[in-house]
Write a protein that binds this ligand. Sequence first.
Ligand code: ATP
Length: 358
Amino acid sequence: MAATAGSALRIRAVSKTFPTPEGGEVLALDAVSLEVADGSFTVLLGPSGCGKTTLLRCIAGLESPDSGEIELKGVRIDDVPVWKRRVNTVFQSYALFPHMTVAHNVAFGLQMDKLPKAEIARKVDAALEMVRLSGLGARRPSQLSGGQQQRVALARALAKEPEVLLLDEPLSALDLKLRRGMQTELKRLQRETSITFMLVTHDQDEAMSMGDQVAVFDSGRIVQVGPPRDVYLAPRTRFVADFIGEANILQGTASAQTITVPGFGVLSTDALATDGVAAADGQVFIAVRPESVTILPAADGNGTVVDATFVGGDLHIDVKVGDVVISARQAGAAPGALSAGDTVRVAFPSGSVRVVEA
Ligand code: ATP
């Protein structure tokens, strides 16, 4: 198959199994396919152990897939050794050489490539400037903060001008404030260099704020790929709805034109596709985001408020409807607008309900 123009990475049906010490096997990657546009920022998102790092390591050449194909700029790289792939990785642990200065750390890979000295010096200066560490080249890593060490690791990888930069949870060792700052920095670096970035995280906020596209992993498979907003607004599976943002997941019964959900009556299915999703007995799952739920005081309502708390500027409301508790958010609600014990009518406006795969 010819490579698609503008594609930096093409991953096709890559599988990887690891033997376990108990004599069994773990299917870390189960026929994973993914296309990454040149110069884009892709985030691999999923819970711990779902295969994100294994995919990154297969791209870097640190693991060999059992089957499948990986193409970099239209060329198969499955059999290309690590050092010949124009791919660099930034690890969570930074992996800096402690006995070398910052400048030497950044220069190391360029020296291995036997570039002329003057060119190395120019590239090191440019890389340190890019990560805003100019002037600290003579220090050793131990004389830098964690955030600065992370920047050195980034400068070292960027100095090599890779086709693809792989980032394996690079911010997880940083405290929240520093982390937010580095997220902005990484986005800036990606824009300025136009290098294709692929970042692994299990932090959904990080994924949503950074990626041009997010690939959501569940147990060795990519279950959904798309721009963050699309994935948030149109989760395909129950897992994605739950993992990205918050969701009320309810079970209902589908018939030709309607879904009946206990406590909510009949929902129209004009925009709801149940084909191939409903179980044989018509059971389906629906997902509704808390900010889409409407709650109005009503003496003949279907629910009872169990909790109403202001968080930031939003009122977070939990309402019991039948056997389930529905979470809702109201922006700009007046204090005291709702309180525990109130009888309310909970409704899902048309267009806010998604049918999701189990
Ligand atoms: P985390 O966010 O915790 O890093 P992850 O999504 O990156 O998780 P992987 O590290 O890719 O997940 O691991 C996927 C699965 O493969 C896990 O079940 C893990 O235990 C297993 N695994 C990974 N590397 C090896 C290995 N070298 N030997 C045996 N099993 C492994």
